[in-house]
Design a protein. Structure first.
Lengths: 275, 283, 408
């Protein structure tokens, strides 16, 4: 598009500044992971790989990382399921209360985490504990899925609205069963939206701490482990190491997703793509 | 069974909705309702048991206490400031990504903006605590210029929150700007409008739903947070801190629930306005 | 219109569910027995149906503890500081510990029922006993109990009618700490943190808990004797107001409040704080960091402090391991190590001979009862003043609300 030179320079500088703002603290985190001292001061006195060794040996960190991966996967799958169901209902059918579903679905993420956390904690203790299910991985997954539904829902609804239901009707007219229509017509069209939703849901669940504090049992997810270790004198550098490790690990799924959806409409970003 | 489903759209609809609506309405809304009913009860201070005598005492305490008003104003004020700041920071990069960057660069920038979401919130806030400390990097950089960075407190919280939620604002605005046909912007230029004019008259109104959609995240995430204030807030409390202090620490669930109604009411109003402005379609 | 009806239906449904849940709701409040009214004595009455463990069985394989930071060290803070690994090997009870930063947090955590025991200070013990969250302790099952200082046994904060509700861990005082390079001369009075015109404005710190109101009362006890403050935890209206006003004035000079001890450590190391209240263990950690030089003292007005008790949860899932832990932590060697690491007086009189620093017990006045008379141990404020003023004092919930006002 046509832009004046001034506008172009302004945009380049703005982009650069924003990126610098975003990445400077992250660069610091990486630097502090190599910090010689256990206290985080400036300037950094020296560098060492000591904390990397300690982090690898640390069973608490490994267990917490594993627990977080399990919880995030479970929450993402559950959110994919519930979000897609709700989105299909809203995009393809007319019924009263349709508008309200969008509102309902966004509530868990819009209301303060502590409110969601307290409410879910009360429910789990009153309802599930008498039945024998105590706070643990299951309740964490359910808690996370509750606020992750909205990111899947929004993506899928936007996608369904754009494709329209005519393809599905045609498929049914040609004799396909409900499941066949879903598997061969609807699902392929939704792939991009589902992937975008899944990525965002996974990220939300993986890094969530407030609701998790209220819904987790004795086992720690990674954010809970980090929170408890930030208040132990020697652990801050190890926490930085773990954070660096997670950042590096996360490049993979984000790159893959961008690669996979780059040429199809939609991309990783919900609702974008196409002119 | 597939045939049964094919001929009964209502049944299909019910099956689709049963799961999500069932969970959200029954479990989530239900537990919220129970929580807020607790706001009408009292805490026996010594045994720390909840006594079910219904009254408005907790609400009265909050309405009359000067400190609670200050805390609400501070929380809402900073949430608004953070939202505005993030919109300002997000627009240039979002526009660059949507309209100016080549497809390869665009992919890279999307990845670059999304990456920080994967680094731990807590580690980022602690990094900021170190940056803003008396002998931290900010003061070290500004010192030679005769300036000094903000101390812990309100400014620090605004800075850190703006940092944390920026990706949540960039992505919706990017998506919204992408939807604006470039031809529209070129036409505006052809008709004689400068960049600023085009921005105010064409871009901003068309991307408003996206901006509001992004603001839902920045506003609500700031409104409910209590961890960042406890790390860089220097004792200045947010609504979340008081709620947490009463439920998580002093175990005064009734007072905590009463105070928690404030951000809930604020957010519901915000969501209703946002829906009116079309934000729900732009998310 | 149809939307409104749907919304109305949703609201009606949730309201119905809420009322239903409420109706079926908690039976918890029936357990607390006669705990609420304290007309005659300042003591509490625990529920009747709690019995101490009759005999010690085999270890269950793990024990879940809530403890003050520094009380349960397994070598991860400092490889030489470890009294947990040996216990785990000997008894087979794996120790899982959750750090509580304040007594309030510990009470709340205990009430979740997920833990077997807690190292409770006096401002938590009474609440736990009254709430039925902890069980009486059969001290015959704990070998090392016999060697505990008599002055720590059967105290109002850890026993009811002669029945112990825990084993004493140790006791100590909160100290004043300052950055030697920035604060001169070395202070000997708390006035340095209460002075409105302090030269250290913005760099003062204080403990982030409502119980800190007692520290204000302590200062007023020395500087405004006409307020008549005797017991800093039993404050009537006038005294309480004076203490809260003093705290609000202090707010102007406070930079940060701390409850998480590494936060204070970082604040001193980074120059964000130069003077304030502390625990000895934090001072020791800062010394070990070798970045700033600090000094500590017990100021002339006296101080608040703690006398901690290990208590066992009434619904403990691992009671045998908990009893083994209680026995271990008050054993002479372990108690000596934790007392030295944390910087407090041990509970076991045999520990004094085993400390690495020979006169640790002397420095911490382990056998000096007159000294501890000067220390106002944390305890839960109750309505009943315990003297001839009657029941006009401020109870803890009012302290909590006042603390919210102080912090602002």
């Amino acid at each position: 598009m046509q832009l004046s030179r001034g506008a172009r320079i302004f945009l380049r500088v703005g982009t650069g500044l924003t990126l610098a703002f975003i990445y400077l603290p992250l660069i610091l985190i990486v630097l502090y992971a190599f910090n010689e001292r256990r206290i985080q001061t400036w300037p950094i006195p020296g560098f060492t790989l000591e904390w990397f060794e300690k982090a690898i040996d640390n069973p608490g960190a490994r267990d917490a990382l594993w627990m977080s991966l399990k919880a995030a996967t479970g929450a993402t799958l559950l959110a994919l399921l519930l979000g897609t169901l709700a989105a299909m209902a809203v995009a393809r059918y007319r019924f009263f209360g349709r508008e309200t579903i969008s509102f309902l679905v966004i509530l868990p993420i819009a209301l303060p985490g502590i409110v969601t956390g307290m409410a879910l904690n009360a429910t789990f203790r009153e309802v599930l504990e008498p039945v024998g299910i105590s706070l643990g991985l299951f309740t964490v997954i359910v808690g996370h899925a509750t606020f992750c539904i909205v990111v899947v829902y929004n993506n899928v609804v936007a996608r369904l609205r754009r494709t329209g239901g005519s393809l599905e009707e045609a498929s049914a007219d040609l004799g396909a069963h409900t499941w066949q229509t879903f598997a061969f017509v609807t699902f392929p069209a939704l792939r991009g939206a589902l992937l975008a939703g899944a990525l965002l849901a996974f990220a939300l669940s993986f890094d969530e701490v407030i609701v998790t504090t209220f819904t987790a049992g004795p086992d720690q997810t990674l954010p809970i482990w980090i929170l408890s270790n930030l208040s132990r004198p020697n652990q801050l550098p190890i926490v930085n190491v773990v954070a660096v490790f997670v950042i590096l690990l996360s490049i993979i799924p984000v790159l893959i997703a961008q690669r996979l959806t780059g040429d199809t409409e939609g991309g990783v970003v919900p609702g974008a793509g196409g002119r | 069974m597939s045939d049964a489903l094919a001929s009964r759209p209502r049944l299909r609809l019910s099956l689709l909705l049963a799961g999500p609506v069932g969970w959200l309405v029954v479990a989530y809304l239900g537990s919220l309702a129970v929580l807020f009913v607790a706001a009408f009860w009292q805490l026996d201070p010594f045994t720390a048991e909840v006594v079910k005598d219904t009254s408005f005492d907790n609400f009265r305490t909050i309405a009359e206490g000067e400190v609670y008003k200050d805390i609400v104003l501070r929380t809402v004020g900073i949430a608004a400031a953070v939202t505005v700041t993030d919109v300002i920071l997000a627009f240039p990069i979002a526009f660059y990504m949507a309209k100016v960057a080549s497809p390869r660069l665009r992919s890279l920038l999307v990845v670059a903006v999304l990456m920080p979401l994967w680094s731990s919130y807590l580690v980022k806030v602690y990094a900021w605590r170190t940056i803003l400390s008396e002998e931290g990097i900010l003061n070290w950089a500004l010192g030679p210029l005769g300036l000094s960075g903000p101390e812990y407190g309100t400014t620090a919280m605004w800075l850190v929150f703006s940092y944390l939620w920026l990706p949540f604002m960039v992505i919706p605005i990017y998506a919204g700007l992408e939807r604006i046909p470039t031809s529209l912007l070129d036409a505006s230029g052809d008709l004689g409008a400068g960049a600023g004019h085009t921005f105010r008259r064409v871009i901003l109104p068309l991307s408003l739903p996206a901006v509001v959609a992004g603001s839902i995240f920045t506003f609500s995430l700031t409104l409910g947070d209590y961890i960042t204030p406890s790390i860089v807030g220097a004792g200045k409390q947010f609504i979340g801190n008081v709620v947490y202090a009463n439920v998580g620490v002093a175990n005064n669930l009734p007072l905590a629930a009463a105070f928690a109604t404030v951000p809930v009411v604020v957010m519901i109003l915000y969501l209703l306005i946002a829906r009116r402005l079309g934000a729900f379609e732009a998310m | 219109m149809k939307q409104h009806r749907f919304m109305a239906a949703v609201l009606a449904l949730t309201a119905a569910l809420a009322l239903g849940a409420v109706g079926c709701g908690d039976d918890d409040d029936e357990e607390s027995g006669g705990g609420s009214t304290q007309e005659s004595t300042a003591q509490v009455q625990p529920p009747d149906d709690l019995k101490p463990l009759a005999s010690l069985g085999k270890g269950e394989g793990e024990v879940n503890l809530i403890a003050w930071a520094g009380y349960v060290e397994d070598g991860s803070t400092d490889p030489k500081v470890d009294w947990v690994s040996g216990f785990e090997k000997e008894t087979g009870c794996k120790v899982n510990v959750k750090t509580g930063n304040t007594s309030d947090e510990m009470v709340t955590l205990m009430r979740t029922g997920n833990y077997d025991g807690v190292s409770a200070s006096g401002d938590a013990t009474l609440r736990l006993i009254a709430g039925g969250d902890v069980a009486p302790v059969n001290t015959d099952l704990i070998e090392n109990y016999a060697d505990v200082f008599d002055s720590l046994k059967d105290k109002p904060h850890n026993s009811v009618d002669g029945q112990m509700f825990g084993v004493p861990h140790g006791r100590g005082a909160n100290l004043l700490m300052w950055n030697k390079a920035k604060v001169k001369p070395d202070p000997d009075s708390w006035s340095v943190v209460w002075d409105e015109n302090s030269p250290y404005k913005g760099k003062v710190t204080a403990y982030d808990s409502p119980i800190y109101i007692a520290d204000a009362a302590l200062y007023l006890k020395a500087t405004q004797p006409d307020l008549g403050i005797e017991n800093v935890y039993e404050l009537d209206d006038k005294q309480f107001k004076a203490a809260v006003d003093l705290l609000k004035k202090q707010r102007e000079i406070v930079g940060e409040y701390w409850s998480d001890y590494t936060k204070e450590q970082a604040a001193f190391n980074n120059g964000d704080t130069v003077v304030g209240t502390t625990w000895q263990v934090i001072a020791n950690l800062i010394e070990a960091d070798k970045k700033v030089k600090i000094g500590t003292t017990l100021p002339k007005e006296g101080s608040t402090g703690w006398s901690d008790t290990w208590m066992i949860a009434s619904k403990a899932k691992n009671p045998n391991c908990m009893y083994m832990w209680m026995n271990h932590i008050i054993s002479p060697q372990a108690n000596a190590e934790v007392a030295e690491w944390f910087g407090e007086a041990p509970a076991n009189r045999k520990s004094c001979a085993l400390t690495a620093v020979k006169d640790h017990c002397k420095t911490f006045h382990a056998e000096d009862e007159a000294y501890f008379d000067q220390v106002a141990f944390w305890t839960t404020p109750t309505k009943n003043c315990g003297d001839d003023r009657g029941a006009v004092c401020k109870d803890y919930s009012e302290w909590v609300q006042a603390w919210t006002e102080v912090k602002g």
